[in-house]
Ligand binder design. Sequence first.
Ligand SMILES: [Zn+2]
Length: 201
Amino acid sequence: MIGFGIKSTVIKSQIIAEQCPNCNKSNTVQMNIFQRYVYCLFLVPLFPFEKIGYSQCSFCKQLLKPREMPRSFAIQYANLKAQSKTPLWSFAGTGAIILFAIIVNIVDLQKPQQFTKMILSPRVNDIYEIKQKNGTYTLFKVDNIAHDTLSFLAYKYQSDKEDGLSEIEDKNFNAGRYMYLKSLLLDMNKNGEIVDINRKY
Ligand SMILES: [Zn+2]
């Protein structure tokens, strides 16, 4: 199932030592506390948001919501609700999202270090995504390596978005050849001008 919704699950049940106000039997009234939670894709619990509950007599089946309970029931209901813990699993989806965000962040933080390694040991056909001074992005492909200088073929197209250049065809690297010293590329990397380096292994 796709989308969002609300579900509830029993987290505490207890038979109370009170008479049922309807049938006057003893030890037949059970209090039930439910945790309501929001779920998302594939019924993964996202986060809990409230506890609800009711009492029910196992003999006459009378069901009472908190506001319908006699005072002695309401006190026991409040106690039971206070004792019942929100299950940790009800945060599972939120936990997973936070974890994912942390991992993405760590990967992003490691990018400049990776790029430094790739600049220092370049390979022909490495494709650099460069953020240009005017704020647009374009691609440079390594076509020759001579000592400390890399020769790049420039891509025909530019984009005003990062990742805006998805169709990378060889024939479009026809916008001129540029030479860059590794030291200049390392400076560009420090300045965040190298957005990505793609290497086919
Ligand atoms: Zn009853």
